[in-house]
Design a protein around this ligand. Structure first.
Ligand code: PGA
Length: 254
């Protein structure tokens, strides 16, 4: 059996932090800290307004730029929304989709996640699709059921080929911004479950090839243990991606 090499990814999700000026200073400071990185892909997801500046400034550091969300329509009367082509034009190559804060605070559903994945793929934006259970769901023993639903409905109707640009982020909601990380073993168990479900839903090839990131209170001092797990291919980092030094320390997890 040949296991495909899955190139690691360290991605930072800035959420609603950093102005354009703050973005400029982040990239000036981070560039020398990560300039020799070849062992993983690096991605930063700034707020929409800073996307363009971030993509102008990120090339020396080799960091790719991601949006945090998108609307599924090409254009139209959707006040406050941003389309995939606008994001592409701003220089971003990736977009987060279905982050738990969008699901919990802004009414995002598996159905809207599905539409957003399709819109991103149609515009050649690489989707980073976030899934994960809440504390209540975990404590009720429903983690697998929730992940199963998010995968089945979120990825409904996608072909095997559609999956090649897709990245998945497993982020247990109870670990996000709380300082409570899943242990590496807990994260590994969830990642292995996700891979096995993808094998059932799509194909064995997709299950083996798709990169699955762990997210939820990832810090420089816990990244190593997570990256040692067989099915963890990287991290989606919130708070600890805001400082150039801690982002770079996470990138240098080896
Ligand atoms: P955190 O956020 O690292 O601050 O917990 C992770 C995320 O929400 O992507």
């Amino acid at each position: 059996m040949t296991v495909p090499l899955r190139r690691p990814i360290i991605a930072g999700n800035w959420k609603m932090y950093k102005t354009i000026l703050e973005t400029e200073s982040f990239f000036a400071d981070v560039a020398p800290l990560v300039k020799d990185v070849h062992h993983c892909d690096m991605i930063i997801a700034p707020p929409f307004l800073a996307l363009r500046r971030a993509s102008e400034l990120s090339s020396p550091s080799g960091i790719a730029i991601s949006a945090q969300d998108l609307h599924w329509e090409k254009d139209g009367a959707f006040t406050g929304e941003v389309s995939a082509s606008m994001i592409r034009e701003a220089g971003a190559t990736h977009t987060l989709i279905g982050h738990s804060e969008r699901r919990q605070l802004f009414g995002e559903t598996d159905a809207s996640v599905n539409k957003k994945i399709r819109a991103a793929l149609a515009s050649r934006l690489l989707p980073i699709v976030c899934i994960g259970e809440t504390l209540e769901e975990r404590e009720a023993g429903r983690m697998e059921q929730v992940l199963d639903r998010q995968l089945t409905l979120g990825f409904a109707g996608l072909t095997e080929a559609d999956f090649s640009p897709i990245i998945i982020a497993y982020e247990p909601v109870w670990a996000i911004g709380t300082g409570r990380t899943a242990t590496p073993e807990m994260a590994q168990q969830a990642h292995a479950f996700i891979r096995s479900r993808l094998q059932g839903l799509v194909s064995r090839g997709v299950a083996q090839a798709v990169r699955i990131l762990y997210g939820g209170s990832v810090k420089p001092d816990n990244i190593r243990g997570l990256m040692h797990q067989a099915d963890i291919d990287g991290a989606l980092v919130g708070g600890a991606s805001l400082q150039p030094k801690s982002f770079a320390d996470i990138v240098h997890y080896q």
